[in-house]
Design a protein around this ligand. Structure first.
Ligand SMILES: [Cu+2]
Length: 701
């Protein structure tokens, strides 16, 4: 296994992938060493995009980095609430890990989407699997796999303890915001230990038109980590406490008042009798309060004030063994996750008002997989993976003031409480990847996969028409569906990699047919959900109410990275992403699909500095979902200019200007504004940030 990791070919492949998505040619060889090491520490020899954290993103959303990879995008609901999108799939469909483990979001609207737990000032790398995720990364990875790693202490060479750490400090003008992250620790060849801390704070984001309200944010996090290694055995323990205070999510009906989360994990890696064993245990709990009156304009009437107190708790484990098998390498493993969710809605002006939004909802899964990887070869390599996963979900009976006061809501409650809510699904995943090397510089690969996903708890147990939808942010009220079947995707993908001395390109074409794709469809006229919505009326509820339903869909497209050294100092790098998402059962498109988009950067690279001019482009999105009453988006282009100066080994200063011409634009995947009191009208798509000067100091020692 380790021979594969260090193998020249894969290093080159990875290097190409990383340089490519590294766009902006963050390119000096020095810069890339940490990234190469990040790739090198995994035994995943598949193509992976790595986005450099020096990228000129404007706000503290780690998910913004995804936009800089082929196929990647971001569903923006608020600056700390970005939801990753890859090839048109997002939310629960995109498997997302932070430091090797899945964090379960505590908020029913994903205000704490998984990448919330990788604070930007601590982020070391963001890796995006290009194409189909291996079965070994986990179940329900129907839309792909993303992983972010944060800095921690590292074992050093000798037995003497050495002080080590990182400090990242950044500031930007567009929201008068700043972020500071530090890891302070010490290590020798046996022990490593560290303390970490993060502070992020910003005001409302400006654009050429005023302020986007509310987009302020305020987050603190602190943690500790310890590792021990001896011979072939390594143990580690990590703990982080995250306290996000007031943070705006203008695309959602409420804003974050606080998200208090504890995230802890324990990991073991070792060689036992020739078998490489990896074990991880992970725990996180989240307590989260949101409301619709503290950060945005008050609702029209006292009866419309709402707060929602949610909590989530999850324990998960992964156990994997890897050993020589036949001519290749076999990984087998079991994994599980046991999660619980609650959410309770109240009104500060009406002490009696309550809605048990989600009550004692559980969602548990257990899985087993095997993945065989062929040995490295000059002509042909393949990977074959099989996975079986069982998902169980349940929820307690519910009640709420609307159900007591309004007969249609009472009918919804009674039907829900009388129904069988103890549900389960068996999921099967199959992945077959082939890679053909025709010459030293050209390879082709071919992937066939079947991936499945069980319904999420919101899709099942949202009994009253509300907008708690894991961040869909389409302004529609949804009801759950206890009869949902699992989603089944058949995927075919073709990839090419050309890599000559100074030029690379890696286009990939994919087609994904999804049966039972879960999508909101209008409830029947005269149904209790519709009658409730009519009685509640706007802005609490607007018909048609959508119910999560199994439909049929397909997604297909092409994406690529590319780059070329133009002269001794000048290079160009870029990405292009295109995806179409369509319904197969009716004539409609899928919701919130990123349009054709591209980033192209031209960089001048000198010995200790580099400078980049980049263009960010998106075509109009006219293929919109009629079902979701989605609006079209015009195309746009804007420019960023930035540079990095390496003052000393480990000490780097990055600075520049985003959106140089202060262009007003809105990503199609940005949510629709729902907050009053903003310079963005309610119902308009949330614009991107205006012109911003930024500075980032990064010191690693
Ligand atoms: Cu929330």
């Amino acid at each position: 296994m380790s021979s594969q990791i260090t193998s020249c070919r894969y290093t080159k492949l990875f290097l190409a992938g990383l340089v490519s998505s590294a766009l902006m040619a963050s390119a000096s060889a020095d810069d890339q060493i940490p990234n190469i090491m990040v790739i090198g520490t995994t035994d995943n020899k598949e193509r992976v995009s790595l986005v450099p954290v020096e990228s000129p993103i404007t706000q503290p959303s780690t998910g913004e980095l995804l936009k800089r990879s082929p196929g990647g995008s971001l569903n923006f609901n608020g600056p700390t609430s970005g939801i990753g999108q890859y090839r048109g799939m997002f939310g629960y469909r995109l498997k997302t890990k932070v430091n090797g483990v899945s964090v379960v979001s505590g908020g029913p609207n994903w205000m704490d989407a998984p990448l919330h737990y990788a604070p930007m000032p601590l982020v070391k790398s963001v890796r995006i699997q290009r194409g189909v995720a291996p079965v070994s990364v986990g179940p329900e990875s129907i839309g792909g796999f993303v992983e972010s790693s944060t800095y921690k202490s590292e074992f050093s060479a000798g037995s003497d303890f050495a002080f080590q750490g990182i400090l990242n400090a950044s500031a930007q003008t567009v929201d008068s915001g700043y972020g500071i992250g530090t890891v302070l620790g010490g290590a020798n060849d046996t022990h490593r230990a560290h303390f970490l801390g993060v502070i992020e704070k910003g005001d409302d984001t400006e654009f050429d038109g005023g302020d986007i309200v509310p987009t302020e944010y305020d987050r603190k996090a602190a943690g500790v980590g310890y590792g021990y290694t001896s011979g072939d055995q390594t143990f580690s323990f990590d703990y982080m406490r995250n306290e996000t205070d007031k943070a705006g999510t203008p695309a959602l009906p409420m804003d974050i008042i606080y998200i208090d989360a504890d995230v802890a994990s324990f990991a073991y890696n070792g060689v036992l009798g020739g078998v490489n064993v990896d074990a991880k245990v992970h725990y996180n709990d989240v307590e989260h309060l949101m409301n619709n009156y503290s950060l945005r304009a008050d609702p029209m009437m006292p009866s419309m004030f709402r707060a929602n107190l949610a909590d989530g708790e999850a324990m998960s484990f992964d156990l994997q063994a890897e050993f020589d098998f036949g001519p290749g390498d076999l990984a087998v493993g079991i994994d599980g996750e046991f999660a619980e969710h609650n959410a309770n809605i109240s009104n500060p002006n009406a002490a009696m008002f309550f809605v048990e939004n989600f009550d004692n909802v559980t969602r548990d899964r257990m899985g087993i997989f095997g993945e065989w990887t062929s040995p490295e070869d000059e002509d042909f390599e393949y990977e074959f993976g099989l996975r079986f996963t069982r998902v169980d979900a349940n929820a307690d009976t519910v009640d709420g003031t609307p159900a007591i006061m309004m007969p249609p809501a009472g009918a919804l409650r009674d039907t829900f409480n009388a129904a069988n809510r103890d549900l389960d699904w068996d999921l099967y995943d199959i992945v077959l990847k082939n890679t053909f090397f025709t010459t030293e510089i050209v390879s082709f690969d071919f992937t066939l996969a079947h991936k499945e996903r069980a319904p999420a708890y919101q899709e099942l147990y949202l009994w009253l028409p509300l907008q708690a939808t894991a961040g869909l942010a389409d302004g529609k009220n949804y009801v759950g569906n206890l009869d949902l079947k699992k989603e089944k995707a058949n995927i075919i993908e073709l990839g090419m990699k050309f890599e000559a001395d100074s030029t690379y390109i890696g286009p990939r074409v994919f087609y994904q047919k999804v049966d039972n794709y879960i999508q909101g469809t209008p409830v029947a006229a005269g149904s209790p959900a519709e009658m409730f919505c009519t009685m509640a009326g706007p802005p609490m509820c607007s018909n048609p109410v959508l119910q999560f339903t199994n439909v049929d869909a397909r997604l297909y497209g092409i994406d690529t990275d590319f780059g070329s050294q133009l002269s001794d100092n000048l290079r160009i790098d870029g990405v292009v992403s295109y995806v179409r998402g369509e319904r197969r059962d009716i004539d409609d498109n899928l919701y919130r699909i990123s349009p054709l988009s591209s980033i192209v950067g031209l960089s001048y690279i000198a010995e200790d500095w580099k400078a980049t001019v980049e263009g960010v482009f998106a075509a109009a999105q006219n293929d919109i979902s009629v079902t979701n009453e989605e609006s079209k988006s015009p195309g746009y282009g804007y420019m960023n200019i930035y540079g990095t100066y390496t003052l000393d080994e480990g000490l780097k200063l990055t600075g520049g200007m985003n959106n140089v011409f202060d262009k007003v634009y809105a990503d199609h995947t940005n949510g629709i504004n729902r907050a009053g009191g903003s310079d963005v009208p309610v119902g308009d798509r949330i614009p991107g940030p205006g012109r911003s000067f930024f500075m980032r100091l990064s010191y690693i020692w």
